[in-house]
Design a protein around this ligand. Structure first.
Ligand SMILES: [Zn+2]
Length: 245
């Protein structure tokens, strides 16, 4: 390969990083990261999607935590989110921030009926994913949600207060005591927000992660009102193996 050819390839790779030539949802060739059809899938009607998230239901049979999103986690919406999370398509983040902001804004009108203030809390990613992540992750989404909520009547704080220990699969090489602690729940709380909390995560699958976050906050003395996510798995496709996809 000539030196010039090498430069050309490097430039092409660089421009692909900035502006890939295909839609992240369906692969269509276009001059933008998401085509209009896939965008409609991603930014649909904001509604409650927790029904069917088996592990979100508390053991005592109480009601599941309300979870809102504008999309189901399937088809093009799923492709876009996976491309952002795993395939290094960081340019999608701006649009995903807009989607979660619009979702939070809609939820804010509901929350305003029960509270004057809310703490927006990002759900931390798994350690392995965090290390590989090229994007701002859930904190970037939560910030966008907080900004959108702050435009309404609520007093809003951004509270990046949750920590996440290694999951069982990530615990290889840890001591027995560390593993036992891991089984108690992987979410920790740095400091409990004073205001009722709204959790922000990328997707809802089984609900195990959100339930763990809600419980950790409750142990620390904080109340959780609900969660907003980019997309939720349809009830008929939920199984434990999907968690964290
Ligand atoms: Zn598309």
């Amino acid at each position: 390969m000539s030196a010039l050819g090498g430069v050309g390839q490097a430039l092409r790779a660089a421009s692909d990083l900035v502006w890939p030539a295909d839609c992240a949802g369906c692969g269509a060739d276009l001059a933008g990261p998401i085509c209009p059809d896939c965008h409609r899938e991603l930014a649909g009607t904001v509604r409650r999607r927790e029904s069917g998230a088996a592990r979100l239901v508390p053991a005592d049979g109480g009601p599941a935590l309300p979870v809102w999103s504008a999309a189901w986690y399937r088809g093009p919406a799923r492709e876009v989110i996976v491309a952002w999370k795993r395939r290094g398509r960081g340019e999608l983040e701006r649009e995903l921030r807009r989607v979660i902001g619009r979702t939070a804004e809609a939820v804010g009108r509901t929350l305003a009926q029960v509270t004057d203030e809310v703490a927006v809390v990002p759900v931390p990613s798994r350690l392995v994913r965090r290390l590989k992540r090229p994007s701002g992750g859930t904190p970037a989404l939560a910030l966008a949600a907080a900004e959108a909520l702050a435009c309404g009547r609520l007093s809003v704080t951004y509270a990046d207060v949750l920590t996440r220990a290694a999951t069982a699969r990530e615990q290889a090489g840890r001591s027995t005591r560390q593993r036992a602690r891991g089984r108690e729940g992987v979410t920790g709380v740095k400091r409990a927000p004073q205001a009722p909390c709204l959790l922000v995560d990328d997707v809802l699958t089984t609900g195990a992660t959100l339930l763990d976050a809600e419980r950790a906050l409750a142990r620390a003395g904080a109340r959780t009102l609900g969660a907003v996510v980019l997309a939720a798995s349809p009830a008929d496709s939920r199984d434990v193996g999907l968690e964290g996809n």
